[in-house]
Design a protein around this ligand. Structure first.
Ligand code: NAP
Length: 252
């Protein structure tokens, strides 16, 4: 790897065991960062840690449920102690529910909001205390282009990602004087476990892809350059923004 723009930096990636989070962690490591890997699945994190180490960087595996305040605070403390600092937080952990509202239990709604909104809030709060105190840092929130759309059966997911976009704006303004940039990435359909059901259903998939001008799903690797941009010096004068990367879906 020749890009070393994050050399000497330390990042936390939540949901780093698979999908977009795994690719984000490897991209950050490829650009020179040491990475703390968090999610609930230790075995997945350990596999990704091996891949980070293969890139010549240090990896710290910290099994974490992002909805648990103490666990998230422990994640930040262990990162600062174990990797010697913290510069970047990627709030990537997320979950979806595809139940029409009148068939959905409130517990299903809460699970989506707890993971996508409370998880992002808790990690931003815990990491932010460190970033603000040191007078520099980056928070990269993984939202979704569903934040800007009405999608039947996805009220909780859409509203939760709209909350992430709004939270991004406020934290950007609140922390800009402290030189902490807070931005978001809003992917469209990306081929991961999150939409495995859709990928297994050819008819449903071709219906969905008719709404995507590129007529295909994105690959997790196609998110990596945008995470790097928002995690590195290219975004030093950019804050509160959400970059949509969705094969043209939002442009229709
Ligand atoms: N794929 C898409 O089409 C798409 C589109 C737009 C936005 N996104 C967003 O991209 C992000 C990554 O999703 P993905 O597509 O890569 O899906 P994925 O492969 O299912 O990954 C989701 C990650 O979040 C973690 N996670 C879920 N609940 C958690 C919790 N309570 N605590 C800690 N970690 C938790 C999962 O790990 P554990 O289950 O092991 O904890 C997993 O590592 C999400 O925020 C998602 O909303 C995805």
């Amino acid at each position: 790897m020749t890009d070393q723009t994050l050399s000497g930096r330390t990042a936390i990636v939540t949901g780093a065991g698979r999908g977009i989070g795994r690719v984000a962690a490897l991209a950050l490591a490829g650009a020179g960062a040491d990475v703390a890997l968090a999610s609930r699945s230790k075995d997945q994190l350990e596999r990704v840690a091996g891949e980070v180490e293969d890139l010549g960087r240090r990896a710290l595996v910290v099994p974490t449920d992002v909805t648990d305040r103490e666990a998230v605070e422990r994640l930040v403390a262990r990162t600062v102690e174990g990797l010697g600092g913290l510069n970047v937080l990627v709030n990537n952990s997320g979950t979806i529910d595809s139940t029409p509202l009148l068939e959905q239990d409130p517990e299903q709604w809460d699970r989506v909001f707890d993971t996508n909104v409370r998880g992002t809030y808790l990690a931003t709060r815990a990491a932010g205390a460190h970033l603000v105190a040191q007078g520099s840092g980056k928070v990269v929130n993984i939202a979704s282009n569903f934040a800007f759309k009405g999608v039947p059966g996805h009220a909780a997911y859409c509203a939760s990602k709209a909350a992430v976009v709004s939270f991004t704006r406020t934290m950007a303004v609140e922390w800009a004087p402290h030189n902490v940039q807070v931005n978001a990435l809003a992917p469209g359909y990306v081929s991961t476990d999150l939409n495995a059901e859709l990928r297994d259903d050819e008819e449903a998939q071709s219906k969905v892809l008719r709404s995507v001008p590129a007529r295909r799903m994105g690959e997790p690797e196609e998110m990596a350059p945008w995470v790097l941009l928002l995690a590195g010096p290219a975004s030093d004068f950019m804050t509160g923004e959400t970059i949509v990367v969705d094969g043209g879906q939002a442009a229709r």
